[in-house]
Structures are given as structure tokens and as C-alpha cells.
Design a protein around this ligand. Sequence first.
Ligand code: CU
Length: 137
Amino acid sequence: MSKNKIIAGLAVLLVIASAGVVMVRHKKPAASQASASKVQTPTYAKAKPDSPLTNAVLIKDMKYAPDPLVIKVGTKVTWLNGDNVSHTVTADKSTDGFASPTLGVGEKYSYTFDKAGTYAYHCTIHSSMHGTVTVIN
Ligand SMILES: [Cu+2]
């Protein structure tokens, strides 16, 4: 009888202890995500034409997506070369101020847009590649 009680007590303690371990495990990644989100994390997953106001452009299959990218003034935009060849992100008008070096596969380029307007850009390697960033207030 008392042996059974001890076993039951131990079982309860085990459950509480393992629940505690699970909670600690879940807490740690959540905390690091919170600090990471203070930096403007690129959101490539939502890069679709029907979901504006993201801050990332994925370069893939010789295209920039989304195109146009619609953002608010002050947004830092990051392009990621997710293609299997090199590309550039080069403003059509040099006065617009953004021009990446040649981006190899997997490389990124970022630029912060501080003025509302429409910014056309292209790839200097592939003349068929064009994109637009629309910056709104
Ligand atoms: Cu290109």
C-alpha cells in the first residue's frame, strides 16, 4: 500500500519534471526569435505579388519576386539570389543610389529606401531581368 503511494508520487514528480524540461526547451528559441525580429528580418516566404509590404525580394528563375515590391519609407529591402547563376540589383537611374556587386548564388544585398517613389532596377548580366520597388509614405 505505502509502496504504491511512493511509486505514484514518483510518477507525478517525473511528469512535473519532464513538463518543466519541455517548457525550458520551448522558452529558449522563442527568446532568440524575439531579439532577431528587432532587426528587420527578410520575409521571403511571403514574397508574393498579392502580399505587399514585405521587405525582401527573392531572385529566382531569372526573375525578381515580388515585382513590384511595395514598401513603406525607411524600409530596408534585402534581395537574395536564390537562383543558380549570378545576378545584380542595379538601379536604372544611377541617381537612385542602389547598385549591388555581382551576387553569387545565395548572396544578399540590402538597401534602405528613405524617399517615396518608384524605383526601377535591372540585372546588368541579364538584360531581360527588370524589377520595381514602390516606396509609399
Ligand atoms: Cu541576372
